[in-house]
Ligand binder design. Structure first.
Ligand code: 5GP
Ligand code: ZN
Length: 114
């Protein structure tokens, strides 16, 4: 997708600290981390937001969750705990319209979120 920041990261046109990559999924460090560990997981296929997911995306989404667990284990936060969230639309503060999940961990995370 033209003019999509995260598609450009997938294509290597914009640099990012990639921490995981497979045929479906790319994960990279957030440029403005909100916790000691803050990684974004995205599908290679451009999906604008959670509300654009279709049943055909099921296997890719499963791989995103499996990849996030793998990375959380590698970071040593699988046992202490972490959060895995996606923002959807204006009230959530979604700012990039390529579906992404935030993996946040390494500190106590408040609930409810702000
Ligand atoms: P959203 O607000 O849409 O849920 O999350 C977008 C995230 O993308 C934010 O946490 C923001 O810091 C991150 N972000 C924005 N631009 C870049 C960038 O150029 N590189 C990286 N690595 N992260 C970015
Ligand atoms: Zn995109």
């Amino acid at each position: 997708m033209e003019n999509c920041l995260f598609c450009k990261i997938i294509e290597g046109q914009i640099p990012a600290k990639i921490v995981y990559s497979d045929q479906d999924v790319v994960a990279f460090a957030d440029i403005n981390p909100q916790a000691p560990h803050h990684v974004l997981f995205i599908p290679r296929r451009h999906i604008a937001s959670m509300t654009d997911i279709t049943p055909e995306d099921g296997p890719v989404l499963a791989n995103i969750f499996i990849a996030a667990t793998k990375v959380a284990r590698e970071m040593g936060i699988a046992e202490s705990g972490f959060r895995f969230v996606t923002n959807v639309g204006p009230d959530s503060g979604q700012s990039v319209f390529h579906l992404h999940f935030h993996l946040l961990g390494g500190r106590k995370l408040a609930w409810p979120p702000g």
